[in-house]
Design a protein around this ligand. Structure first.
Ligand SMILES: C[S@@+](CC[C@H](N)C(=O)[O-])C[C@H]1O[C@@H](n2cnc3c(N)ncnc32)[C@H](O)[C@@H]1O
Length: 255
């Protein structure tokens, strides 16, 4: 794809093979095309590695974090399970929402919780909302521990942010799907890998080996689930889609 920005004529020329289009530079289609490329440049520059939440690094795109907040507030889950803890910033984010809402707790699973990260999470004022489990998210022992912490009737949301290979995410979807309650979500993170295979730092096999494909294949096989991003809680614009690292990422349990 070739993009030519002309700020004088206020147009964006897009050339995709033989398809050439001239777009209004300030219209929604130009916004979508420029956003897509901005995400690729930003990922290559490690933009999402520049944020923290209440003192802990959080590796996320800020727009995804705000959207997640809208959904968590609307859903008010009893339990939020996340695979992939790293420094613990995303756990702190969920825990802080639980504290503000006055409801909910967080379970974080990671194959390796580094001593410095564990110490910082355990010393944090939000620790009472968080349980850490160390082990692979797909290990039967770990899954059994997660299940044992959820009481009957509780509303559960699951976020998958651990190993992003197609195989691992597919296995996580299969294992964690039964925990998710109807109306709630399995959030499959970092499907943007499908668009990053040719970006500096990306890999050619990401065209196929990515979480977004795992999510699409999962919903194609399971009628209880559908790909459906939550509606925006507020929108006084003409936009219908924003910027995200999670394309095909909102797997909703409808039944
Ligand atoms: C992208 S980071 C998580 C970022 C974190 N959720 C945040 O927003 O800051 C991915 C984490 O997944 C963990 N991980 C990798 N393979 C895993 C597995 N099989 N099971 C559980 N965690 C895994 C890594 O150790 C790493 O800490």
């Amino acid at each position: 794809m070739k993009l030519t920005i002309d700020t004088e004529s206020r147009t964006l020329l897009t050339e995709d093979g033989a398809t050439v289009r001239t777009l209004d530079l300030y219209g929604p289609e130009a916004f979508a095309a420029l956003s897509r490329h901005w995400l690729r440049v930003a990922w290559s520059q490690k933009h999402s590695y520049t944020f923290s939440w209440l003192g802990r690094p959080m590796v996320q795109l800020p727009e995804d974090v705000l959207r997640l907040q809208e959904t968590i507030y609307q859903l008010q889950p009893d339990v939020i399970v996340e695979t992939g803890v790293a420094h613990g910033g995303s756990l702190m984010f969920y825990a802080s929402l639980c504290q503000l809402i006055g409801k909910g707790r967080v379970i974080g699973v990671d194959i390796e919780i580094r001593p410095r990260n564990r110490a910082a999470i355990e010393a944090h004022p939000l620790k009472p909302f968080i349980t850490l489990l160390e082990g692979s998210s797909t290990a039967p022992r770990v899954l059994a521990q997660v299940k044992a912490m959820i009481r009957p009737g509780e509303r559960v949301m699951v976020l998958l942010d651990s190993n992003h290979s197609y195989e691992h995410v597919s296995e996580e979807l299969r294992l964690y799907a039964e925990l998710v309650t109807p109306g709630s979500y399995l959030v499959v993170q970092d499907g943007i890998m499908q668009d990053l295979w040719d970006v500096p730092g990306g890999r050619p096999d990401w065209i196929h080996d990515n979480p977004a494909r795992a999510a699409r294949d999962f919903v194609a096989e399971r009628e209880e689930f559908t790909l459906e991003a939550p509606p925006w809680a507020f929108n006084e614009s003409a936009l219908r889609a924003g910027l995200t690292h999670w394309p095909s990422g909102w797997v909703k349990r409808r039944l």
